[in-house]
Design a protein around this ligand. Structure first.
Ligand code: ACO
Length: 458
């Protein structure tokens, strides 16, 4: 029975009333909860009545079993290694589509007609320029500063100085910001504005790599590779950064403020920052302890990754959702050969990466935990071939992911989602009287006003 939703175009879900029964053995109470049946994926238990009706919370640290809400953008089957946007497989999209089309698909839920695509591209292209304050910030930024924090600050500068209320203009503005930060890191002087007459990926590369007179000879193989990288990073369900963007949007913050929040989350090495870390790990394999054969060096890092007393992890391996294969990694693994051949690049790190993958695939530690290469494992080698530096990789990720962030934040608005405000399971001290510092002696605090009741006494 589909749930009624009064808002036009908003998401709805099939509801199975009272499908789940939970027995509270302490209060001797039966709790009845509805099931929500998605079009694909696991049934969700609607726990939203728990607090108002039954005065209890759901407990799920790191949201490992929590659905954040309804979404019709992206679906992942982690067991089968399937990723779809609007029902289209990522392999199909990278083979046949382009980043602008995928961005439209994420926003609107359907592939565009030729006219819709032309209008959309024009709108994004013509609104990709940024206020002078953002240009000044980029031109004065420290080219050696941490790139993702610098990017977040540039996006915040946009948030502070824009009156553009059209949320999807952020997609072009983000590419202008990222490309010009890459220019700045290369020591180029001029800030290059966006050229709406060019395709998105070519325009991005031109802004990043053209000389200070704006001259850039586009190599179609590089443009195609960049476009595919943007598609592969465009959206990925309710990951850490997207969840953060959605939560920020739920508070009523502007799109640019939300995207700055997303950039800061993406920066972490367990999330988008892993692509840079992978290349650093491959570099380390190539340069450290070279008196040992490569196989021995690989065995050593595998042993370190398995050692529970060592924080070291094999970067670019493992994923919260994929437990079999990350389809984006499979696309990149196939694509990397043709890009390197096309660009006549011989990168020995590719062979090292393949050997690391093979060694992990033979190791019970990795196979039993479902740890396989993720999107970040091969993307860095392709980005290096495009003459990007490792410190720029996560910014490229952000330039693609902004499509998903924007589409998901707008979806939340359309669904009129309430402000995100989780509950907690408090385990700190119960209420107690303040103690003056001179009376504390060697003790920091005093006893509770009232000892907490044991659960089984209530
Ligand atoms: N190397 C070694 N061991 C690992 C790795 C790894 N890369 N990843 C997970 N494990 C181990 C954990 O130690 C844990 O072992 P245990 O069960 O013995 O305790 C088990 O595998 C499960 O790992 P969790 O950390 O619980 O898995 P979680 O879903 O929380 O984390 C994550 C997923 C963060 C991606 C993790 O696999 C990781 O740190 N990978 C390396 C960083 C990376 O590549 N991040 C990019 C992810 S893709 C993206 O965000 C675009």
């Amino acid at each position: 029975m589909p749930e009624k939703n009064t808002q036009r175009g908003a998401n709805t879900v099939a509801r199975q009333p009272a499908r789940f029964k939970l027995i509270d053995t302490v209060r001797k109470e039966e709790i009845s909860l509805d099931g929500l049946q998605p079009t694909q994926g696991l049934t969700s238990i609607d726990v939203s009545p728990l607090r108002p009706t039954f005065q209890m919370n759901a407990f799920d640290p790191a949201y490992k079993s929590t659905s954040m809400g309804l979404s019709s953008k992206t679906f992942i089957d982690g067991e089968q290694g399937i990723l779809t946007h609007g029902g289209y497989r990522i392999e199909d999209l990278t083979d046949n589509s382009n980043f602008m089309e995928v961005t439209y698909l994420l926003r609107e839920g359907e592939l565009p007609t030729a006219t819709q695509l032309a209008d959309f591209k024009q709108d994004i292209g013509e609104n990709a320029n940024v206020p002078p304050e953002v240009r000044d910030y980029i031109k004065s930024s420290n080219p050696k500063a941490k790139p993702m924090a610098t990017l977040a600050a540039a996006v915040s500068t946009l948030a502070a100085n824009t009156n553009d209320e059209n949320p999807h203009h952020i997609i072009g503005q983000m590419s202008t910001i990222v490309a010009n930060l890459i220019r700045r890191q290369q020591g180029k002087e001029a800030f290059l504005p966006s050229n709406p007459d060019l395709d998105f990926a070519e325009n991005f590369l031109r802004m990043a790599f053209a000389d200070d007179n704006g001259h850039y000879d586009a190599n179609p193989a590089i443009v195609e590779a960049m476009d595919k990288l943007l598609i592969l990073h465009a959206d990925h369900e309710q990951n850490a950064s997207t969840t953060n963007v959605r939560n920020t949007r739920s508070a009523g913050s502007t799109m640019a403020e939300c995207i700055a929040a997303g950039v800061n989350t993406l920066s972490g090495p367990l999330h988008g920052g892993a692509n840079q870390a992978v290349l650093e790990q491959l570099e380390m394999l190539a340069t450290a302890d070279t008196f040992l054969p490569l196989e021995t060096r690989i065995e050593r890092i595998i042993a370190r990754a398995k050692d529970k007393d060592d924080d070291f992890r094999l970067m670019g391996f493992g994923h919260r959702v994929y437990k079999n294969r990350d389809p984006r990694a499979m696309v990149l693994k196939k694509f990397v050969d043709s890009v390197l051949a096309e660009l006549d690049v011989d990168d020995p790190r590719l062979e090292t990466a393949r050997r690391v993958e093979k060694a992990a695939a033979k190791d019970e530690y990795f196979t039993s935990r479902g740890l396989y290469p993720n999107v970040d494992f091969y993307s860095g080698i392709i980005m290096s071939a495009l003459e990007l530096e490792p410190r720029q990789f996560t910014m490229i990720f952000a330039a693609g992911r902004v499509a998903g962030w924007e589409a998901q934040a707008e979806e939340l608005n359309r669904d009129k989602m309430a402000i995100a405000r989780p509950r907690q399971t408090y385990v700190g001290p119960t209420e107690r009287p303040y103690i003056a510092i001179e009376q504390r002696g060697e003790h920091n605090g005093g006893p509770a006003l009232e000892e907490p009741k044991e659960l089984n006494q209530s």
